[in-house]
Design a protein around this ligand. Structure first.
Ligand SMILES: NC(=O)c1ccc[n+]([C@@H]2O[C@H](COP(=O)([O-])OP(=O)(O)OC[C@H]3O[C@@H](n4cnc5c(N)ncnc54)[C@H](OP(=O)(O)O)[C@@H]3O)[C@@H](O)[C@H]2O)c1
Length: 334
């Protein structure tokens, strides 16, 4: 991972008080699997920001996890008095409860957890009210700065008309393997082996993961959640559709679309054949591509790695850098 990429992306105009004379910033890491492990490595190896990880929450002890640093009890982790909580837990009640606790503690928060953040819009609202920073760039688009770009466009006073993209790297990877002739089971196992898919891949395949991302994009682009989201799943029938698309030279893609119109904010996750040369058709494996259409006919296209350890950790690290910059005034990478 290139350290030059860790420069925090400027977002809209929020300025947070620099309330933290103490440095380094004391942080805790919730979850140390694919993403959390990448974040911990990044923080240990050359991350330019002034931050220490006091405690790490995991589900079980194992070799290489030093007692006194790795805990299986959240209370022990929060007892270290973190100023920054980095959430890399799977979706679920635990993550929701601990983000609630982090908010109550007054800590700033960086989260990769799109499902919880999408389900709990009150977290961002409460953080704003209380002057806490809550960033979740990694929740959308892996290493692609989707939310930052939308925030910048809006900060320039330009309206966003629609967003379309391949935002779920796992399903894209699976569709590519199906196109090569693999069975659905084999394709899913390959995605899991590479750390793109979780042990339960249903949220990716059913489109719920992409829908959660669209919700976060809608909040950034339109300031509101979609009024409706239609979903189409990758299932046993999909292989035949992949073959039909390939016979015409097309690729089947899980495409997420969002637009604001007379009927409100409409969102859909649909399997659609895309032609060669179409950036949404040309994304490979776990890559993502997002096209943002703004007023005056401007279109911005973002492409890059949308899932996996390094891409997602990179986004989390960028958010951590932005928190340190906001709180401590430490600038780096420039
Ligand atoms: N993987 C990606 O490409 C990607 C991309 C974007 C966003 N995300 C989001 O990032 C988050 C983390 O994903 P991941 O792929 O890193 O998941 P993961 O590899 O399954 O890691 C989850 C971590 O959480 C810990 N954990 C799980 N249940 C726990 C419990 N009950 N108590 C304490 N610790 C617990 C696990 O502990 P053990 O290590 O002991 O098992 C593990 O360290 C998710 O919200 C996901 O949606 C992932």
């Amino acid at each position: 991972m290139s350290l030059s990429l860790l420069v925090p992306t400027p977002t809209a105009s929020t300025v947070y008080p620099r309330v933290l004379p103490e440095r380094p910033m004391r942080a805790v890491l919730l979850g140390c699997g694919t993403v959390g492990g990448g974040v911990l490595d990044g923080l240990r190896n050359g991350f330019p920001g002034d931050v220490t990880v006091e405690a790490v929450l995991v589900s079980r002890h194992r070799r290489g996890r030093a007692p006194g640093r790795f805990f299986t009890e959240a209370d022990s982790v929060f007892a270290t008095g973190p100023r920054l909580v980095i959430d890399c837990l799977p979706d679920g009640e635990l993550a929701e409860r601990l983000l609630e606790l982090a908010l109550q503690s007054g800590a700033d928060i960086v989260s990769a957890n799109k499902a919880v953040i999408a389900r709990r819009p009150d977290f961002a609202a409460r953080a704003r009210e209380r002057g806490q920073i809550l960033r979740y760039s990694a929740a959308v688009g892996g290493e692609l700065p989707v939310l930052e770009t939308i925030s910048r466009i809006r900060g320039e006073g330009r309206a966003i008309l629609s967003v379309a993209g391949v935002v779920n790297g796992t399903s894209n990877f699976v569709l590519d393997r199906l196109a090569e002739g693999a069975s659905l089971d084999t394709a899913i196992r390959a995605a899991q082996a590479l750390g793109f898919a979780e042990s339960d891949p249903s949220a990716d395949l059913e489109g719920r993961d992409a829908a959660a991302k669209l919700t976060l994009i809608a909040r950034a682009a339109f300031g509101a959640d979609p009024d409706c989201v239609s979903l189409e799943a990758i299932d046993a029938e999909t292989q035949e559709r992949v073959r039909e698309a390939a016979a015409c030279g097309y690729r089947l893609r899980q495409v997420a679309t969002l637009k604001a119109g007379a009927n409100g904010i409409e969102a859909s996750i649909a399997l659609t054949p895309r032609a060669p040369g179409d950036p949404l058709g040309d994304v490979r494996d776990e890559e993502n591509a997002v096209r943002i259409s703004c007023e005056r006919g401007d279109t911005i296209l973002l492409t890059g790695r949308g899932a996996g350890r390094d891409a997602t950790a990179h986004s989390v690290l960028s958010d951590i850098g932005a928190v340190i910059e906001a709180r401590c005034g430490q600038r780096f990478g420039q």
